[in-house]
Design a protein around this ligand. Structure first.
Ligand SMILES: [Mg+2]
Length: 221
C-alpha cells in the first residue's frame, strides 16, 4: 500500500550509479601523478571496499602513509573523479531515474544517506540535487556505515519513523547500517558487492529497471 512509505532513502556509490570503477580509476591516476607505483586492480579494490571512506581506504592499503600524503592523494583523487562525472563518464543505473520521477510524482520524500563526501554526491546528482529533501554525507557523521549514524540522521531530518521509509542499497555495510535501526532495505548489488550476504535485506534485485514504485513498496513487506 502506497501510504505505508513516505520516503525513499538512497545510498550513492553503487546504488544510484556504478561509481566504484570511476573511483578506482581516479585513485590510480592520483597515485601515479604523485609518483607512487601503487595500482589498485579490481581484485585489490574489492578488498579495500570493505573499508568505508576514501582516506580510510588509502590507509588500509598503506598504513605507514602520513596524514598529509593521504589527504593530498584523496583530494586529488576527488578532483579527478569530479571531472569524470562532470564529463558524463558516470551515469545512473537502470531504473533509478524513473523511480525518482515516480516517487516525486506520488509525493514521496527523497533522501540520500552516504559515506561519500558532499562534493562527490552533489557532483553526481547535478540538477537532481533539488529533488532531495535531505542529503546526509561523510561530513555529517562521526561513524561511517556499517554504523547506523547516517541513517539515524536522515530519519531525524525527514521527521519520519523507520517503518515509513524504504532504503535502496548495494552493499552489506549499507544493509547493516540501515537494518540496525529498523529500516527495510531493497538491494541492487553492484559490480563490487555481488555475492555479499544480503540476508538482512527485504529483497534483492539485479537492478531497478522495470520495477514500479508500487512493486518496490510491495517488496518492503
Ligand atoms: Mg554503496
Amino acid at each position: 500500500m502506497m501510504n505505508q512509505v513516505a520516503a525513499l532513502i538512497f545510498d550513492v556509490d553503487g546504488t544510484l550509479a556504478e561509481t566504484e570503477e570511476a573511483h578506482r580509476y581516479a585513485f590510480n591516476r592520483a597515485f601515479s601523478e604523485a609518483g607512487l607505483n601503487w595500482t589498485w586492480n579490481q581484485e585489490t579494490y574489492r578488498k579495500l571496499l570493505k573499508v568505508s571512506g576514501g582516506k580510510e581506504r588509502i590507509l588500509a592499503f598503506a598504513p605507514d602513509a602520513s596524514p598529509e600524503l593521504v589527504a593530498g592523494l584523496h583530494n586529488r583523487k576527488n578532483q579527478i573523479y569530479t571531472k569524470m562525472v562532470d564529463s558524463g563518464q558516470v551515469s545512473f543505473r537502470p531504473g533509478v531515474e524513473s523511480l525518482i520521477s515516480s516517487a516525486r510524482a506520488q509525493g514521496l520524500k527523497l533522501a540520500v544517506a552516504t559515506t561519500a563526501t558532499r562534493a562527490n554526491v552533489e557532483t553526481l546528482l547535478g540538477a537532481r540535487k533539488a529533488f532531495f529533501h535531505t542529503i546526509a554525507c561523510a561530513e555529517d557523521v562521526r561513524r561511517k556505515k556499517p554504523d547506523p549514524e547516517v541513517y539515524a540522521l536522515v530519519l531525524k531530518r525527514l521527521d519520519l519513523p523507520a517503518d515509513k521509509c524504504l532504503v535502496l542499497e548495494d552493499s552489506v555495510n549499507g544493509v547493516t547500517a540501515a537494518t540496525t535501526i529498523g529500516l527495510k532495505v531493497v538491494v541492487t548489488p553492484s559490480l563490487y558487492t555481488k555475492g555479499q550476504d544480503f540476508s538482512a535485506a527485504a529483497a534483492v534485485l539485479k537492478d531497478l529497471s522495470g520495477i514500479t514504485l508500487a512493486k518496490l513498496i510491495e517488496l518492503k513487506g
